[in-house]
Design a protein around this ligand. Structure first.
Ligand code: BGC
Length: 813
């Protein structure tokens, strides 16, 4: 194999990924912000900011799919004599003497050096603040005095990112700004219904500014050569309509060895409707002044940064492993958990593959995301469960997505994805097991956000289960609806109109026989959880009722869902098999293998082992397991979107990293540690990073949704990084099933499944008010705990009973 170029490396000590070449194969991004104010930032400082909702409250503008790629962001132009350069290389692309980008936990530091000047910018969003800090440090490393001209740059978005991109007949006339000292305010539409504005401030006197893009850049120039910068002369322009921007101009003199800090602040403010104005057309700036005052010195900023780091120390101390394998430890202890927080925050809304205008929070996506995050900040997971359940319908169906700002179901997409309801059980059970907080089940939660419709959350779980049972097909398997987890398996769609969305179109439903084996397995797994929960809270009748339904589903799968060597995937509208040896293409699919093996359906008859073997035989390749095999080579009208993709991409035989863990968990439950590990390591970013930075293309520190499969033109090429259920599933798999530390109602269940080569390891696990140090001695075993000693006393069974305080646990396999 050809040696692949490397663009960076991990720095585990600092929990950073260090990029040493700005021309990465694709922008390698990071996320700033933890709760309300967020930014995306690439390794060349591209990206944008928004408040809560990337669609409805976009603060700065970004153009996706641009040429060149990743244009627009927050830029500092440094004019040193005739040379103009940026610390992050772009947009001027002036060759730098040194470049480095360090992506850390909710911060990014970009450093460039040119002609004896070093410019280092630390970007972060302080905790609980609605602002992005950009601390720029300029240092003269030469032996001569330097006279520099510094220009900052941000471009405002006119708030709604969707209309900002299309409603030009209006937009070009609405832009408004105010300038006060070193602060530029963006107040478009504030005169009417909006009660919010943004500002861009620097904590130093400025010698000029610009707020009108055309004046600053020049109509025939680009970000790479704005006229004002090239001439070294700000225009002091005041934007009226067109495209408002914010640029400060500062003249900086630095003696040899001298350095200076500048704190730039991009802030967002909301005022009460009746307190919007200071005087006619002058916005009320009190809150802006207060926010600026909190972050206007290097000391205050450094303190805020220390707080952010302490916050991450605490979060990452909740689950920490020492195995001696750096590649595993860094993913478990740092990057996988970090990605889980990011996916929890953004669902599938804003990344360099998700435009931020298309999708909000997904019902199924967010339930899965919270399983990767619940150990970090349980109260936020709790709130999320309530928000999600509030978008459910009384019959247990639900909106497929909702908007984070309004928390209302998204009518554009609607409902009808029949797997959705089950995920609510998955998320809620994970929350209760982590926290022991059963009170969440008594929370009163509305349907479709309608006041007066409130029932307990437990009732929501019940209607979720019932929704499956009430929608069974001819084989007593779950009807699929628009699609199940696989959004692209659209068995009731029948669309030949390219302007129709496969996922929201159901042209024929009457008499459908389209059933899903994926939902069947999911129902059995979550059904067992539901039954256990009912027993736990004293609802014996309900437990019994649902156990019967689960048993019936198991029977149905054994009878109608088995193909001889693997589980079928589905039945189509007409009742024909999908994912069967009888099919010409796509004979086997991963989703039903994953869920039915996790559910252990037919394990006693060897079905589980056969299914797992078939995954190895037909789905596995060098880069992971593909979704189906062989790939579809032609469009199949009755299957919908799945067969619309070229071979090896996305849902047509791509390696959908999201569902590899399902099979890995199946392997773990079956006790096949060697196989589980080998599947896991194939899609573990740190292993991929070592081998394939160029081929893989996307960020090597996080999982991506899809890696091109073995049938693709370029197997191994990654796409759709960051926002994917893969994060939570990788976490769930490694933390609970491989390393074997599983929260349970009454304590922690210890049940690792390891490769034979595993050596002793220790997990530090904070759990409710306890702190466990758990050392596992695998002794060459793949599975099976022989002995557990808790604080010197042997424990019966595999659950260490919960009690507050510090504990040491020794586990022998
Ligand atoms: C969606 C998931 C879906 C998956 C497979 C992702 O893009 O966010 O909800 O399960 O694709 O189709």
């Amino acid at each position: 194999m050809e040696q692949q170029k490397r663009y960076g490396h991990f720095d585990d000590q600092n929990r950073e990924y260090v990029i040493t070449d700005p021309q990465t194969p694709w922008p390698w991004i990071n996320y700033l912000g933890n709760e309300d104010f967020f930014s995306l930032i690439s390794n060349t400082a591209g990206g944008y900011s928004f408040y809560k909702d990337a669609k409805f409250r976009r603060i700065t503008r970004y153009r996706y799919n641009n040429v060149p790629m990743d244009n627009g962001g927050r830029y500092f132009y440094i004019k040193d004599g005739d040379t103009v350069w940026n610390p992050g290389w772009k947009p001027c692309k002036t060759p730098l003497d040194f470049y480095e980008c360090r992506h850390g936990m909710s911060y990014t530091r970009i450093t460039g050096r040119k002609n004896g000047v070093e410019a280092s910018v630390l970007f972060f969003v302080p905790l609980k603040k609605w602002a992005e800090v950009q601390k720029l440090t300029l240092k003269n490393e030469s032996s001569e005095e330097k006279k520099l001209k510094l220009f900052s740059f941000e471009e405002w978005c006119l708030w709604n990112a969707a209309t900002d991109m299309e409603n030009f007949q209006r937009n070009f006339s609405t832009g408004e700004v105010e300038i006060e000292g070193s602060t530029i305010y963006h107040k478009t539409e504030y005169r009417e219904r909006r009660n919010h504005y943004a500002f861009y401030h620097v904590n130093a006197p400025i010698q000029g500014f610009d707020t009108d893009r055309e004046t600053f850049v020049g109509l025939y120039n680009e970000f790479a050569d704005p006229q004002a910068v090239m001439e070294g002369k700000p225009r002091n322009s005041h934007a009226h309509g067109w495209s408002p921007i914010a640029s400060h101009y500062i003249e900086v003199t630095l003696n040899p060895g001298e350095s200076k800090d500048f704190v730039f602040l991009l802030g967002y403010i909301e005022n009460e409707q009746d307190d919007k104005w200071e005087s006619l057309q002058v916005i009320n700036k009190k809150k802006a002044h207060a926010l600026i005052a909190e972050l206007d010195t290097t000391e205050k900023v450094d303190k805020a940064f220390a707080e952010l780091n302490a916050y991450w120390d605490a979060l990452l101390n909740i689950y920490n492993v020492r195995t001696g394998n750096d590649k595993l430890d860094r993913m478990v202890n740092i990057w996988n958990q970090y990605q889980c927080m990011v996916t929890f925050n953004f669902s599938r809304s804003a990344s360099f593959f998700e435009s931020g205008v298309g999708r909000g929070m997904g019902f199924r996506d967010s339930n899965q995301d919270l399983v990767g995050f619940v150990h970090q900040i349980p109260p936020r997971a709790r709130q999320r469960i309530i928000d999600i359940a509030s978008t459910q319908f009384p019959d247990g169906g639900c909106y497929h997505q909702y908007q984070p700002l309004t928390k209302r179901g998204n009518n554009d997409i609607g409902g009808g994805f029949n797997d959705d309801p089950c995920w609510l059980i998955f998320g809620t059970v994970a929350y209760i097991k982590e926290t022991g907080d059963f009170s969440i089940l008594d929370e009163m939660v509305p349907f479709d956000n309608q006041p007066g419709s409130e029932v307990t959350l437990f009732e929501h779980l019940k209607v979720s289960m019932d929704h499956v049972i009430k929608n069974l097909g001819p084989h007593m398997l779950p009807l699929i609806g628009r699609a199940d987890w696989n959004d692209c398996l659209n068995l009731n769609c029948f669309s030949m109109d390219p302007n129709e969305s496969f996922q929201t179109t159901e042209n024929v439903t009457e008499g459908t026989k389209a059933e899903s084996l994926m939902i069947a397995g999911l129902f059995v797994v979550t059904g067992k959880d539901y039954v256990a929960l009912c027993k736990k809270i004293g609802k014996a009748d309900e437990a019994e009722r649902m156990q019967k339904a689960v048993d019936a589903m198991i029977d149905a799968v054994k009878k109608h869902g088995w193909d001889g060597e693997w589980y079928l995937r589905a039945y189509d509208f007409y009742g024909n098999k999908i994912g069967s040896n009888e099919c010409d293409e796509a004979k086997i699919f991963i989703e039903s293998q994953g869920w039915c093996t996790m559910a252990e359906i037919g394990a006693e008859d060897g079905m589980v082992a056969k299914s797992l073997d078939s995954c190895k035989k037909y789905l596995e390749c060098e880069h992971g397991m593909v979704l189906n095999n062989p790939a579809f080579s032609k469009f199949i009208y009755e299957y919908g979107e799945i067969s619309s993709y070229p071979e090896g991409y996305k849902e047509n035989a791509g390696i959908f990293c999201h569902n590899n863990p399902w099979v890995i968990i199946g392997e773990c439950i079956a006790g096949r540690g060697n196989d589980a590990w080998s599947h896991y390591a194939k899609i573990l970013p740190s292993y991929v990073e070592e081998k394939y930075q160029t081929l893989h293309k996307v960020e090597p520190y996080v999982n991506c949704q899809m890696v091109a499969g073995k049938d693709a033109f370029k197997p191994g090429e990654g796409k759709n990084s960051w926002l994917t259920g893969t994060a939570a599933w990788m976490w769930y798999t490694v933390s609970e099933f491989i390393l074997g530390i599983k929260p349970d109602y009454d304590g922690i269940r210890i049940d690792p499944c390891l490769p034979e080569t595993a050596t002793d390891y220790t997990v530090q696990r904070k759990f409710r008010d306890a702190d466990y140090e758990i050392t596992i001695h695998p002794n060459g075993q793949q599975k099976g705990v022989k002995k557990i000693v808790l604080d010197g006393q042997p424990v019966d069974g595999t659950v260490i009973p919960y009690s507050a305080g510090k504990h040491t646990v020794e586990v022998t396999m």
